[in-house]
Design a binder for this molecule. Sequence first.
Ligand code: PLP
Length: 406
Amino acid sequence: MDTIAIRQMFPILNQEVNGHPLVYLDSSATSQKPVSVIEAVERYYRQDNSNVHRGVHTLGSRATDQYEGAREKVRRFINAKSSAEVIFTRGTTTSINTVAYGYARKFLQKGDEIVITPMEHHSNIIPWQQVAKVTGATLKYIPLQPDGTITLEDARKTITTETKIVAMTHVSNVLGTINPIKEITEIAHKHGAIIVVDGAQGAPHMQVDVQDLDCDFYAFSGHKMCAPTGIGVLYGKRNLLEEMDPVEFGGEMIDFVDLYDSTWKELPWKFEGGTPIIAGAIGLGAAIDFLNEIGMEQILEHEQKLADYAMEKLQSIDGMKIYGPKKRAALVTFNLDDVHPHDVSTVLDAEGIAIRAGHHCAQPLMKWLDVTATARASFYLYNTEKDVDRLVEGLLKTKEYFGDVF
Ligand code: PLP
């Protein structure tokens, strides 16, 4: 399927913003939604809306079938062994916190180590800081190379027999760095540690095979992969999920409740207390169907070409500073001369171009880069070289506009 045909499936892209055709370059923050996903959610609310796993009426069975059907689609999408290993959550943040609360707080103690990297999103830093405070474990960082990558040699030095958890992003939302998760997993396992992968920027863009990676946990968000907001996934190996405590207690996650004690449902429902995110899960199922129809390989190939094109074009702008390695995912983080990224974003917005400006929920990384903020253009399957050209035109205008100031 060509990109023009793909674009037409995203109604939001077919509009003018501030008098210009919209160029949406903020998919790392959240992706746009195709018609099939919007319709799946609408169909559910129009025809099938009901709670799941409760009543025995027809709507209840339809809703339950679709909700559990979506779980099976996720299982296949990431090649988990069993759908019991697929927990629906609110998103990556909730997924990582579930591991921090349900696993780390239970099993870590003083003297243990948690190893992360300085390129992590706040969602994969703060939960571990909190675990370290509560358990007395130590938080350690694998250092970054000047280009924003990590080396296996440094990983081998940082991960020790005291390490109990390695938590790492699959793809950096700022630098575009793609981390060697399979190799890091091997190192972690050799030392008896488990690995938690932040897949927020991984799963939407590349084929993820959790069995091949052999990772212990993999967290991702639906809204970054064409699904609605409010739905995400925590994949976990069954034995670890079995050992973990639930983190939310209440309806639907119980097996038996007595006056003074209760027992939990089996996996995955032990972790899904309360009415789950039914419409969101159904939307995620539709998003997976959509991505599969196009093909994750084709999506990755398209994005890689676009990233190369964007790098080449942006590098040619005088005063441009790009952060991160050469080989990267489909996003470019940059600063232009001394123009504040918020100003860059504001001028681009006037041209109908949406990018992200700020610290990208990665303040430690900003400190490492020695900046307070950056601009970021991020791409997805619906972006074209024309979008990159419009970005370049917009940046040249920005330079012109601020030319008198600097
Ligand atoms: N991790 C990374 C690398 C991200 O880019 C994001 C969101 O931008 C998150 C975690 C948090 O995702 P969410 O806000 O969907 O929980």
